[in-house]
Write a protein that binds this ligand. Structure first.
Ligand SMILES: [Zn+2]
Length: 195
């Protein structure tokens, strides 16, 4: 099984960053998700798993191009032999929302089973009391979302929203060594269980 890692936004994407906190810290989503993606890649490499970064650039690669790249790889190795994982940080208008969530495309597919594995790992790995934001309308924890990276890719695909970068408590945890290790571990352990 080949893992396609999508680390989302680019350096020049507007927004997609935390406020500057009183201690001067700030999270940039493009940078943070690239760091997590690199950590995940290193761990997968150690485990001998096959993977590829969809976005090797720091710049904002349009969704259409990211989907095209993913589909080209999937066509090579077989759609059923691929899992795309898109890594993000969440944000709310108010900065008060917190927690972890996962998205798949509308309807039922293999992606939903993969998302449930991610959910269970996140629940086990994140500190006790971390808000787990599920959409249980279909008895599964993932949100069904009409996102291009989920809709226009032909292989199984999940998108993780790893806590809220504009919430001071979530963001402090994200930027901590412990937080980075936990977010990485969620992805690595889930991928190991799926493959
Ligand atoms: Zn994002």
């Amino acid at each position: 099984m080949k893992i396609l890692i999508d680390n989302g936004h680019g350096i020049e994407t507007p927004g997609k960053r935390s406020p500057v906190w009183p201690d001067g810290a700030q999270l940039f989503e493009w940078k943070y998700t690239r760091e997590i993606a690199q950590r995940v890649a290193l761990a997968l490499q150690k485990q001998g798993l096959d993977f590829e970064m969809i976005v090797k650039e720091d710049t904002d690669v349009p969704l259409s191009e990211r989907c095209r790249r993913a589909n080209a790889i999937a066509a090579e190795v077989g759609v059923k032999n691929c899992l795309l994982v898109s890594i993000h940080n969440n944000a709310s208008a108010t900065g008060t929302a917190r927690g972890w969530e996962i998205h798949t495309y509308l309807g039922k597919s293999k992606s939903d089973e993969c998302a449930t594995i991610f959910w269970n790992e996140a629940k086990a790995i994140l500190p006790v009391g971390t808000k787990m934001r599920g959409d249980w309308t279909d008895n599964e924890p993932d949100f069904d979302s009409n996102f291009a990276i989920l809709r226009d890719t032909k292989c199984a695909a999940v998108l993780t929203e790893n806590l809220f970068m504009d919430n001071p408590d979530d963001c402090r945890y994200l930027l901590s060594d412990e937080g980075k290790a936990a977010i990485t571990k969620i992805h690595v352990q889930s991928i190991l269980k799926i493959t």
